[in-house]
Ligand binder design. Structure first.
Ligand code: KG4
Ligand code: ZN
Length: 336
């Protein structure tokens, strides 16, 4: 089998990441430089600051990755880059840099959809995983159930009509006074709380729908906290975290189960930042054992944004002949 080495670049949010991946499956070198500490003081990602940091970091991160494998860009077969969805300024930094590299080295440029990248994170861990399979992408910006018919033929079966799951985690955490990003904090505190302490709503939408809505759950938690404050009653943050989380996970589990029944798919691949949640991983493993599904989840490091997943998807885009031109633009809201 010949070796196709793709250099992936990811700058859609607050991670500056570059990776060299062989044949879509094997990471040869990678770096993920997170800006979390910088954005923490503002309680969330500040787009302009994210762009400026990507601009400063990207050349160094790229050089470090190539140096690790003693490779020059001339030994790379293609440059892949996230071109959407994401923060448009942040995307533009990565895209412009990728274009310059590809042009100078006379190698193909491959624009990758961020969600397709998240799905591909599973190819890095599971060499045996091949389409078709079902995918649940749960991140700060997305909550979608997708049918992966083939590597580049992906159909969205349902998605959030308001907040993404990670967004709900982050907003509830912020109200509880936890620092950004709130998801990992709720994960941690919920371990010490009771998931049945407070009865928060499980919003399923119309019968049979694979769409999600989390804004009602988020508001219910905020209303609960406000009413407790008005009554001068003490709240237990651990119980609030655990009860919020169980309500959200009940919906995620019910919908992915429904999608499996509707499509007849038995293989389920999770991805996105929220897929690193310890309770989600437990709940999905229980569901899979009960219903006979085969579950795939990337290591936590590859659930959140990283460039290896972008290079992994790019390999299959290249095999399908999906090469971008120099006029490729960054798109903040990019449909699949
Ligand atoms: O995939 P990602 O890095 O960026 C997007 O594409 O959005 O996901 C970031 C999101 C944030 O909302 C963060 O709070 C959430 O993933 N997250 C978690 C956990 N780790 C990260 N949510 C719940 N539990 C976690 N352990
Ligand atoms: Zn992401």
């Amino acid at each position: 089998m010949c070796s196709v080495k793709i250099l992936g670049i990811e700058t859609s949010c607050d991670e500056t990441s570059v990776a060299l991946v062989e044949n879509g499956r094997k990471i040869l070198a990678e770096k993920i430089s997170t800006q979390i500490e910088i954005h923490k003081q503002y309680g969330g990602v500040v787009p302009e600051i994210a762009s400026r940091n990507h601009l400063q970091l990207l050349p160094f991160v790229t050089q470090a990755v190539l140096a690790e494998v003693k490779t020059g860009v001339e030994d790379v077969d293609a440059v892949a880059v996230t071109y959407g969805p994401g923060l448009v300024g942040a995307l533009l930094v990565g895209l412009s840099y990728a274009k310059a590299l590809a042009y100078a080295a006379k190698i193909p440029l491959i624009g990758v959809h961020h969600i397709k990248g998240h799905i591909a994170a599973n190819y890095l861990r599971f060499p045996e995983l091949v389409p078709p399979f079902l995918s649940l992408v749960v991140s700060g910006g997305h909550t979608s159930i997708l049918l992966v018919n083939d590597y580049c033929d992906i159909v969205c079966l349902g998605k959030t009509i308001d907040d993404a799951a990670g967004e709900a985690y982050d907003k509830v955490a912020r109200t509880l006074g936890y620092e950004y990003p709130g998801g990992p904090m709720i994960d941690k505190f919920a371990r010490k709380g009771r998931g049945d302490a407070i009865d928060f709503p499980r919003i399923m939408l119309q019968e049979g729908s694979l769409d999600f809505s989390f804004s009602g759950l988020k508001s219910a938690v905020l209303n609960y906290l406000n009413s407790m404050k008005m009554k001068n009653e003490a709240i237990c943050p651990e119980d609030v975290s655990a009860s919020f989380q169980e309500a959200l996970l009940d919906v995620l589990c019910a919908k992915i189960d429904l999608a499996a029944q509707k499509t007849g798919q038995k293989k389920i691949a999770l991805s996105g930042g929220v897929a690193s949640n310890s309770r989600l991983r437990e709940r999905m493993a229980e569901l899979a054992a009960e219903k006979g599904y085969r579950l795939y989840i990337p290591e936590p490091k590859y659930c959140t944004d990283n460039a290896a997943m972008i290079a992994a998807q790019a390999y299959y885009e290249l095999m399908d002949g999906n090469i971008s031109d120099i006029y490729l633009n960054a798109v903040a809201s990019l449909p699949l």
